[in-house]
Design a protein around this ligand. Structure first.
Ligand code: 5AD
Ligand code: SF4
Length: 477
């Protein structure tokens, strides 16, 4: 696979660093999207900090404001334009530089609107031009230029960007970019381009390095993680096998061997690509959490076909059954869209039926949002907003009742909890997560942060569990 040579671009880091020397400049970054976007923001932060910017949480204080956008659902657009408007005054008063990146910047109609209505934006960069940010910034600072640096969507893999991670124990590692599935509601394949996987060696070296820094939990990220390296194999694009890694299943096994890493998660797999070797790897690898995020999207076979998901209701349910049989104590979370065009009451009942059968730990629920350029947007029989909202509320009610029911089964059990920090709602309590990603709040000393603990679950409170422990440290810090 082609890895871009970015040395030339990164040389601009030094140049900007010199311009900014002794100026005590601050940057503010707002991430609007998914975990992939969050991971990109960590790379943006990494580059900015090398260029003498210090992070601030207050947009008003910033000399450089970065918006990292998402375009999966419509409401993000309104939010972005509102935010861009907010920066105008700040620019006039203190010359703040405004840079906007991410998926939305790969959409033509958005760029047009920005040019027309918000000409003061300094830098626009796409999902594949992150590494050009230092050069763009140089030009904006030195030459007062407006930069539109959006590459076509077939970008190469970028390696070697500096990174400032948001967390000290949990880290995300992108293993592939893009998507080839073209689900008919989804804009992602149009803005993030075709699937390309990172080289096994680059991924494993990154995770080993994270382990050395003390990271305990790794989340492998991609739009379709379980087709890792599939396109490369199909198209005979050269990649170097490393430590036996030539597929997603072998990648899980290799990460599982890395000393210091205690938990492995991955998002998102596609049900159609959930091959037996992946199921076996999840079962065998003790560090891989037995919580699988398995996006359903809709329960009706008819809607699934129109969504271009390539599985039926029955295939989804039998995949869940197969995993439940093969992997002891496996549990699931999912994504569901309500109100896709043509969805009838009966179709919606199918969605509720799957939810009742699988008993998900968590359901991420979305109201269908029309995306310009996707087949879903061109379909007739769009569902009226009112019906969409009513269905959403019914689904929510079912999901919440199931969560409460599910939570009951934790009471009295002992759970392995990764201690993440001090509880936001009660500074005297600590918070962490179980393998199944449930939040557990408990009393304990701050020195436990960053360690894995065994806790007894004593009560459930819908969105979190309460735990109690005798401090037997499972892992050291
Ligand atoms: N409308 C609503 N939800 C969407 N998603 C993706 N595209 C849309 C859309 N147009 C949801 C899917 C996906 C999640 C990340 O966002 O459920 O899995
Ligand atoms: Fe979008 Fe479907 Fe690709 Fe996921 S698999 S990014 S929903 S097109």
């Amino acid at each position: 696979m082609q890895v871009a040579n970015i040395e030339e671009e990164l040389a601009y880091i030094e140049k900007v660093k010199q311009i900014n020397e002794n100026k005590k400049l601050k940057y503010y970054i707002l991430t609007m999207g998914c975990q992939l976007n969050e991971n990109d923001s960590e790379k943006i932060a990494g580059m900015l900090e090398k260029m003498n910017y210090v992070r601030t949480k207050e947009m008003k204080e910033a000399d450089l404001v970065v918006f990292n956008t998402c375009c999966v659902r419509e409401n993000a657009e309104e939010k972005l334009f509102g935010k861009v408007g907010e920066v105008k005054k700040q620019k006039e008063e203190k010359g703040t530089i405004l840079a906007i990146g991410g998926c939305m910047m790969q959409e033509e109609h958005i760029i047009k609107k920005l040019k027309q209505s918000y000409p003061y934006v300094d830098i626009i960069f796409g999902t594949h031009t992150l590494h050009k940010l230092p050069c763009d910034l140089y030009k904006a600072l030195k030459e007062n230029k407006k930069i539109r640096n959006i590459l076509d969507i077939e970008g190469q893999i970028i390696e070697g960007l500096p990174i400032t991670r948001d967390d000290k124990t949990r880290a995300s590692v992108t293993i592939m970019n893009g998507c080839n599935n073209f689900c008919s509601y989804c804009i992602v394949p149009y803005v993030r381009g075709r699937e390309r996987s990172r080289n096994p060696k680059d991924i494993l070296e990154e995770i080993k390095d994270l382990a050395k820094q003390g990271y305990k939990e790794i989340t492998l990220l991609g739009q379709n993680v379980n087709s890792y390296l599939r396109v490369e194999k199909e198209k005979q694009i050269a990649f170097e096998e490393y430590e036996g890694v030539n597929s997603f299943a072998t990648l899980l096994r290799a990460v599982n061997k890395i000393e210091g890493i205690e938990r492995i998660r991955f998002v998102s797999p596609h049900p159609k690509d959930f091959t037996d070797d992946v199921i076996e790897a999840i079962k065998d690898c003790e560090k891989v959490c037995k919580l699988i995020h398995l996006p359903l999207q809709a329960g009706s076979t008819k809607v699934l076909k129109e969504m271009n998901r390539k599985y039926t209701k029955e295939q989804y349910l039998s995949l869940v059954e197969k995993m439940k049989n093969r992997i002891p104590n496996v549990v699931f979370t999912t994504d569901i869209i309500v109100g896709f065009p043509n969805e009838t009451e009966e179709d919606f009942e199918d969605t509720l039926d799957v939810v009742r059968k699988v008993k998900f730990e968590q359901v991420f629920m979305f109201i269908y949002s029309r995306r310009v350029g996707t087949p879903g947007d061109r379909m007739e029989n769009q569902i009226p907003e009112e019906i969409k909202h009513k269905r959403f509320d019914r689904l929510k009610e079912l999901v919440e009742s199931q969560i409460e029911e599910n939570n009951q089964k934790y009471i009295g059990t002992t759970q392995k909890v990764m201690v993440e920090g001090i509880s936001k709602n009660n500074p005297n309590m600590l918070t962490g997560r179980t393998d199944s990603n449930k939040v557990v709040v408990f009393e304990g000393d701050k020195s436990l942060i960053g360690t894995m603990q065994e806790l007894e679950i004593i009560s459930e409170h819908k969105w979190y569990l309460k735990g109690s422990g005798v401090w037997s440290q499972i892992s050291s810090k």
